[in-house]
Design a protein around this ligand. Sequence first.
Ligand code: SF4
Ligand code: SF4
Length: 258
Amino acid sequence: MTTTDKPKVGIYGFTGCAGDQLLIIHTEDEILNLFGATNIQSFVMASSNPIEGDLDVAFIEGSVSTEEEKEHLQEIRKRSKILVAIGNCAVNGGPQAMYTDDGGYEKRLYKVYGEGVKFVSKPLEAKPIDTYVEVDYYLPGCPISQPQTFALISRLIHGTIPEPYPHPVCHECKLNENHCLLLDEKFCIGPITLGGCGSACPNHGLPCVGCWGPNEDGNFAQHLKLLESFGLTKEEIIRRIRGFGGSKIIKFIENGGK
Ligand code: SF4
Ligand code: SF4
């Protein structure tokens, strides 16, 4: 296959820690295969010489938190056949979106940066990328998992449809034969969190804090009740759950589920 026959791919980062791009770069066993099977047009962490033409697949990391990012995202969408959100910030808004839409954005902004501050680009409340553009596929995680990432890339390159992992963290936790931390009244939100991480935290006796984002089929109302029975207020529970669920999890909490 010549370079011109290979699918043209762009990898972009907006507001986030760049951990998902780093994970792709750090996959030493697979990165040469990826670079060999695709025609990478833009990947700021790997090359400082981007080509901003049409793309077969665009991978977007990070939430949108400035007008400039919003316009760049919309411009990428226009020239991409497939657009994939990678990582918790792009998929759910990330920790920076934990209070999005609560009405207190301006107050927080000027408390942090000071009154009268001048911004290079107009700041926006941090939001997941599907607030502004259509997203074809979601790859959650904080950061994304290597096996899930390369399985998705491989499917896209071969023209088959990627299948999202449909189960909660508890599913993997049970397969790993872990002791359930809820039995010890630990604040674990595995039942309402999308799996795919291999239950990384409970495997080490640590509760899941929800970094893969909300599992849409979770019974949010019942899980809230259970956590309240551990002696926490509803406000405290929601504050903790919002940490990674961003603005998206609030609708599930308010509706009790899907
Ligand atoms: S420890 Fe957490 S993730 Fe594991 S089964 Fe219990 S609630 Fe689910
Ligand atoms: S167990 Fe929960 S917090 Fe830990 S990596 Fe998985 S989704 Fe993230």
